[in-house]
Every structure is written in structure tokens, then in C-alpha cells.
Design a protein around this ligand. Structure first.
Ligand code: ARG
Length: 457
């Protein structure tokens, strides 16, 4: 039986039912749906629209439904169209007449808008904790690796020496912005659509501010058409999730490179690696690859909902039911990725000696050699040319700048003195980079302090 069966003369065709229904996926909104209904009926009673007895019967019935769903006693049966119809039909079955009064002054249009907001708001809380956990892990690794030298890259070519702390610090910044985006979305979306009705409000004397407050919103929404037609918060959330996925994917890509046989900067823990069915020697970074790979479906969700919304006239249209599966999937996916990724990096071994050797062997101190000349009065452009010649010389001999004899330096420029070795040593190169945001230990310590206080604020 349909909620809206009154004006219809034919039974719904099974194919139509299957195509139209959403209970198979919006069932996961049951908690939010019941929470919203309890607030609605509490407000209706306060306004004198339903009696105290009916309110109590309705709330009792709704709590019973919640308990029975959670204990598995009440199953979602396919004849119901969506979670809203399911709960209402069940309520009527349980408490009779009073149950029929719940939907007074309400439509499934404002109901679903409310449920979806409550769901997104709850999930933002969980996503925020997961990102925070990742940030804590990064901060710990940063503190432990202030003196772990490694090459910094541009174009995936060795560029200048940095530290692992500094490299990880870059990701700290990214994930911190991600958290900020989640907070922004939560703040902007926190208005309550309940009471917007189908699209044009209602003639009952609802106190929308009251139900909004009961549900933890900052207040009610201000336009009833927008209230039921708005999915901006879904789009913003999927956009923030896409950015998180993109950051996780870039980081995964680096870990895959670092974990490769050629680099060996890191070794993933066995628990986060998998073997090959044919090649006995293999230990593959499947988890990092999957985190990278799942980015596609998260972006897909964002593009799908943007496309669904772009042609919709006001106010509610059934197209909007398409927001659910993709939002649920993107949230689940990103939550899994965050949790696994944090586990993966906290159990991974860093081969610090290999990282340091790699930084030494790639002329990452060439800029510092040029800076040495500049500090001795040579114009930077000339210094760049001189060091370029030295690099060429080293490449021919297969050695590093540090391995050259002083005479070899002086053959290209007489400005070089014995102290050039100290000036281009890895430790000195990093230590001298002490501008705020640079890898030098003094600067990094200051940044880590600031990161910690922002994180725990
Ligand atoms: N299942 C619907 C959705 O997710 C609920 C709202 C239905 N409203 C309606 N008038 N058909 O959008």
C-alpha cells in the first residue's frame, strides 16, 4: 500500500516500483529520519497541533521502531517506497490512529532534505575525527624526522635537500585545509529545512525555530522552495571529499614510488602489502594503489550530482533522489581510505640511510654551492654558470660535488676555499634554510609547535 494511494486507481507496476523506490539505499537514514520526526511531533504538540497523548504515543512508537531496527528485529521490507514511508507505515501499524497525525504540516520533501542534512552533518563529524587522527600521526612522524635527510624533488628530479619532517609537513598543511573545509561546510549547511513542507510552507502554526533548535541547527532556513531544492551542501561535501581523496592519492603515489625497488626509501609493513599469486618475491603496495585508485569514484560522485542538479526547475524533483547512493559511497570510501592510510603510514619503515644517500648523490647541494659564491661577491647568474660547469665535470667523473678536490673547484673559480665542503654538506644545507616554512630544523620546530597548537585547539 502506498502512502499516496488515494487518487490512484491502478496498482503500481513492479518495474515502476523497483525503479522508483529508494528504501534499498535510504534505509541507512533511519536514525536521522526518526530523530527528525521526534523533533517535528514535539514541536507540533507545543504548538497545540497534536495532543500530548498523541505526541507521547508517536514518540514511544518511533523509539520502538529505532530500537527494533538496531536490534535487527524489524526488517526493511521491499514493499515500502522509501525510509520515510517505511517508518510512518510501521508507526501506524504499532500505535494506530495517533500515528496518522505525525505527517501533519510536513512533506517528504522537507523530510528528506532534513534527513540528508542530518546524515551529512553526522558524517562530517566522523570524517573530521579521521582527518584529525591522520594529522596527529603526521605530526608525530614530523617530530621524529627533523634530521632525516632526503632529496626534495621538482619534476620528479632531485632538486634540493629537505628533511622527511618537511616533506610530511607539506601533507600536514593539505589535510589541515581539508579539515577547515569540512568545518566551513558544516557551519554553512547548519540551517533546518523542516517546516518547508512540499515547497510552500504550511498553514499550521509551526514553530520552525523550535524544531531547528531541537535538532541542533543554528536556525531554520529562510525560503521554503530553496529548502527542498537545495543540495549545495551535498555538492560542497563531495567537493571536499574529492580534495581529500586527491591529497591521499598524491601521497599514495609518493609512497608507491618510495616503496619501489629502485627507491627503497620506505618499506610498507607486511600487514599493508600483498603478495603475487605467481611471483614469489613480490610484495606489492596494493593498499596505497587502491587509495589512489578510489579517487576516481569520489570525483565521479561529485560530477554526477553536479550534473543531476544543473537542469532542475524549482522546487523538489525526483531526480534529487539520485543524491543518495553516490554520497553514501563517497563518504564510505573516503572514511575507509583515511583510516587505512593512517594505519599504513604509521607502520611503514623509513630507510633513513637510503634517503640521505639519495640526497647526497643528486647534486641537491648545487644551489648551495652557488649561494657560497654569491656570499663571496659573485653575481648569482655567474655563480649559476660556474656551478653548472662543476656539475658537468662531476657527471663526467661519476662523482658528487662533495667528492671534488679543492683544486678542481678552484680550476673553475678561484673564489672557492677550504670551507666550501662545510658549506655544501647536507646538514649545513638544510640547517641554513631557516626561513619560516623551510626545512631547517629551527624553522621546522617553530612550525611543528604551531601545527600542534592548531590541531589541539
Ligand atoms: N525518496 C525521496 C528522495 O530521496 C524522498 C522524497 C520523495 N518526495 C516525493 N515527493 N516523491 O528524494
Amino acid at each position: 500500500m502506498k502512502l499516496w494511494g488515494g487518487r490512484f486507481t491502478k496498482e503500481e507496476n513492479q518495474l515502476v516500483h523497483n525503479f522508483n523506490e529508494s528504501l534499498s539505499f535510504d534505509r541507512r537514514l533511519y536514525r536521522q529520519d526518526i530523530e527528525g520526526s521526534i523533533a517535528h511531533v514535539t514541536m507540533l504538540e507545543k504548538q497545540g497541533v497534536v495532543s500530548r497523548e498523541d505526541r507521547d504515543a508517536i514518540i514511544g512508537g518511533l523509539r520502538g521502531i529505532l530500537a527494533d531496527i538496531e536490534s535487527g528485529k524489524l526488517e526493511f521490507t521491499a514493499e515500502h517506497e522509501d525510509i520515510h514511508s517505511f517508518v510512518e507505515a510501521n508507526l501506524i501499524e504499532r500505535i494506530g490512529e495517533a500515528g496518522k497525525r505525525l505527517h501533519t504540516g510536513r512533506s517528504r520533501n522537507d523530510q528528506v532534505a532534513l534527513d540528508m542534512k542530518l546524515y551529512c552533518r553526522d558524517e562530517i563529524g566522523e570524517l573530521d575525527s579521521l582527518v584529525k587522527e591522520l594529522l596527529r600521526t603526521l605530526l608525530r612522524l614530523m617530530e621524529e624526522n627533523l634530521d632525516t635527510y632526503m632529496p626534495g624533488f621538482t619534476h620528479l628530479q632531485k632538486a634540493q635537500p629537505v628533511t622527511l619532517a618537511h616533506h610530511l609537513g607539506a601533507y600536514f598543511e593539505m589535510f589541515e585545509r581539508d579539515r577547515g573545509r569540512l568545518h566551513d561546510i558544516r557551519r554553512r549547511m547548519n540551517t533546518c529545512p523542516l517546516g518547508a513542507g512540499a515547497l510552500a510552507g504550511t498553514t499550521y502554526p509551526l514553530d520552525r525555530g523550535y524544531s531547528a533548535a531541537l535538532l541542533g541547527f543554528d536556525g531554520p532556513t529562510f525560503n521554503s522552495m530553496d529548502s527542498v531544492a537545495d543540495r549545495d551542501y551535498v555538492i560542497e561535501l563531495l567537493s571536499a571529499l574529492s580534495t581529500i581523496a586527491m591529497h591521499l592519492s598524491r601521497f599514495s603515489e609518493e609512497i608507491i614510488i618510495w616503496n619501489s625497488n629502485e627507491y627503497q626509501f620506505v618499506e610498507l609493513d607486511d600487514a599493508y602489502s600483498t603478495g603475487s599469486s605467481i611471483m614469489p618475491q613480490k610484495k606489492n603496495p596494493d593498499i596505497a594503489e587502491l587509495v589512489r585508485g578510489k579517487t576516481g569514484r569520489v570525483y565521479g560522485a561529485l560530477v554526477a550530482i553536479l550534473t543531476t542538479m544543473k537542469g532542475l526547475p524549482l522546487a523538489y524533483n525526483k531526480d534529487m533522489q539520485e543524491d543518495k547512493e553516490l554520497t553514501f559511497d563517497a563518504i564510505d570510501t573516503v572514511k575507509d581510505c583515511l583510516a587505512l592510510f593512517t594505519g599504513m603510514i604509521s607502520t611503514m619503515t623509513f630507510h633513513k640511510d637510503v634517503m640521505e644517500a639519495s640526497a647526497k648523490n643528486g647534486f641537491t647541494n648545487a644551489t648551495d654551492a652557488a649561494d657560497y659564491l654569491v656570499n663571496h661577491g659573485v653575481p648569482f647568474r655567474d655563480a649559476h654558470g660556474i656551478v653548472g660547469q662543476l656539475v658537468l665535470h662531476c657527471l663526467e667523473k661519476g662523482i658528487a660535488l662533495d667528492d671534488m678536490a679543492l683544486e678542481e673547484f678552484q680550476a673553475v673559480s678561484p673564489v672557492f676555499e677550504e670551507d666550501i665542503y662545510e658549506a655544501i654538506s647536507m646538514k649545513a644545507c638544510v640547517k641554513r634554510r631557516m626561513t619560516l616554512g623551510a626545512p631547517g630544523q629551527a624553522a621546522m620546530k617553530q612550525v611543528i609547535e604551531a601545527c600542534r597548537s592548531r590541531l589541539e585547539a
